[in-house]
Design a protein around this ligand. Structure first.
Ligand code: FPP
Length: 247
């Protein structure tokens, strides 16, 4: 029998990232290379997402955040935007039972009040069904933009000051962090971006301050459990100093 030498076998000794954030990029290129419409790339991307959520759950990662739709993605053709929204509905419809069964707690980061109503209904159902689950926290960033998130945070802090609930001197990093969509959650330890792009693209600008960034050349629809393990292994080989000195 072939010797078992999977990357996963070498993961357990070093600390696992507690929170993994992923910019899922390359769906369009994946489709283009196969002479398929871009939408087919997104559909294939949905399968990758399914596998990656399952693997994070198996590896006991505590938080997974994925960038599903940005505030800038509205600039895409209407047909593509509609397809992505329908895909989200399909994803939640098909996966919710299993996610719930696996104790996954779903959150949406972003302004989902601005997306089509059928998506909002599906999202509300998913949030409601999984709210008391205690396993993997799965954040779907939807109609999400980090700058908008920070602006909203500043607005809510200002409102609290105007109501006399907070003094300007009380504002610190903690107060700001607690008014972001990720309030109460730890920052990502590992940020993965696929398809080789070296950009943050307005994703979790505040929260990734000390994240280790791993850029994979693999296009998102080809990104699976093995690539995820490879990224975690790369993370485990990094020397995290948070601005301090090596101990
Ligand atoms: C970037 O690829 C990807 C997106 C804008 C959408 C991500 C969506 C999925 C992975 C589909 C499944 C998600 C859910 C929540 C159902 P791109 O289109 O920018 O690729 P390109 O840069 O190669 O054109």
């Amino acid at each position: 029998m072939a010797k078992k030498n999977r990357i996963s076998d070498r993961l357990s000794d070093s600390p696992m990232p507690n929170h993994i954030a992923i910019i899922m990029d390359g769906n369009g290129r994946w489709a283009q290379r196969r002479l398929l419409p871009r939408t087919m790339g997104h559909r294939a991307g949905m399968s990758s997402l399914k596998k990656v959520v399952r693997t994070c759950d198996e590896l006991k990662v505590a938080y997974l955040t994925v960038f599903a739709f940005s505030t800038e993605n509205w600039k895409r053709p209407e047909t593509e935007v509609d397809y992505l929204m329908n895909l989200l509905v399909e994803f939640l419809h098909r996966e919710l039972e299993e996610l719930h069964h696996n104790d996954v707690q779903i959150h949406v980061l972003g302004d989902y009040g601005a997306i089509p109503q059928k998506c909002q209904i599906e999202i509300s159902r998913a949030l409601e069904m999984t709210r008391n689950n205690t396993g993997l926290i799965f954040n779907i960033a939807l109609n999400y933009g980090a700058r908008r998130e920070i602006v909203e945070s500043v607005k809510s802090i200002t409102t609290r000051i105007l109501r006399g609930e907070l003094s300007p001197d009380d504002i610190d990093e903690q107060v700001l962090a607690q008014s972001l969509y990720t309030a109460g959650m730890p920052d990502p330890d590992l940020l993965i971006r696929t398809a080789g792009e070296m950009r943050i693209s307005n994703f979790m600008l505040w929260q990734v301050a000390y994240a280790e960034i791993v850029v994979s050349d693999v296009l998102w629809p080809d990104f699976g459990p093995e690539e995820l393990r490879r990224a975690i292994q790369e993370y485990q080989g990094r020397d995290r100093r948070f601005g301090g000195l090596r101990l």
